[in-house]
Design a protein around this ligand. Structure first.
Ligand SMILES: Nc1ncnc2c1ncn2[C@@H]1O[C@H](COP(=O)(O)OP(=O)(O)OP(=O)(O)O)[C@@H](O)[C@H]1O
Length: 256
């Protein structure tokens, strides 16, 4: 689905002090992959590079096995940290935006697209809110609308940048349950940035740890817990061991 080979990126024009250096990564169709790393390690920068908002200094990016040209926007769906719902548009009209930006006969007529969004809103527990404005919704509801808008793009590869970072613990738990059920049915490939180690373990097939120093190399961890996943797994000794392993790798300290 996605491969990066020796990706390097620096914000400076002279290509000095790279934020990301020699990063290689392979993502298979249908995988759920979390990206973790300390603040400033380049997680959001990586997403901007994959989405084509930034161009790498060197590296080839392949999506669906094809080498990407300079314009990758439209190959992936990107949900940034803030929900970026337009406050003057209703829930339904916010969800229509991807279709409005990319009108093609193959993407259906407006009526069909609206009917599809309405079906999805029901599925997302937002059926009653299609005519509401973003300021009338709770934090969790706004995130679900933003996620639905990301899905409506029709892309198979979703880049989700800390989608639940601003939510309280209870709402976050509800969103995890909801996302796990939904992801089982959707067969989408997800790259998911998070600072929450338990969230990363609960949701992911694999986790990539970005290094705090770019030249230290990315680490990869397999989450070999069975699916479907449930919250009770948090208390499973294997889950606790994975969490401890992740903490040690992230902070390079022993916590026992
Ligand atoms: N537009 C920019 N110009 C120059 N430097 C930038 C720019 N955007 C980000 N940076 C720098 O790049 C580094 C990585 O930033 P990035 O936002 O990718 O980190 P992050 O791992 O996503 O951080 P966080 O977890 O805090 O969201 C930081 O040092 C940041 O200051």
């Amino acid at each position: 689905m996605l491969s990066l080979d020796d990706l390097t990126y620096s914000y400076s024009q002279s290509h000095e002090s790279p934020i990301i250096q020699g990063l290689s990564m392979n993502v298979h169709a249908g995988e759920f992959i979390s990206i973790i790393g300390v603040s400033g390690s380049g997680k959001s920068t990586l997403f901007k590079l994959i989405a084509g908002l930034l161009e790498p200094n060197c590296c080839e990016i392949h999506i669906h096995g094809e080498k990407c040209t300079t314009n990758r926007l439209g190959e992936v769906a990107y949900m940034p940290q803030k929900d970026l719902l337009l406050p003057w548009r209703t829930v339904l009209d916010n969800c229509l935006l991807p279709w409005e930006f990319n009108r093609k006969p193959s993407r259906g007529h407006k009526k069909e697209v609206i009917a599809n969004i309405q079906r999805m809103l029901e599925r997302f527990g937002l059926g009653k809110y299609e005519h509401c404005y973003p300021n009338e919704l709770s934090g969790g509801m706004r995130q679900r609308v933003a996620f639905l808008r990301t899905l409506i793009t029709g892309q198979d590869l979703l880049l989700l940048d800390e989608p639940f970072g601003a939510l309280d613990a209870m709402t976050k738990k509800e969103m995890h349950r909801w996302l796990l059920e939904l992801w089982d049915d959707l067969f989408k490939t997800v790259l998911f940035i998070t600072h929450d180690l338990e969230e990363a373990i609960l949701l992911s097939d694999r986790i990539y740890l970005l290094p705090s120093e770019p030249d230290q190399g990315v680490q990869e961890m397999h989450v070999n817990l069975p699916r479907p996943r449930h919250y009770v797994m948090n208390y499973d000794p294997h889950f606790i061991q994975l969490r401890q392993d992740l903490e040690q790798r992230l902070y390079e300290k022993t916590f026992i």
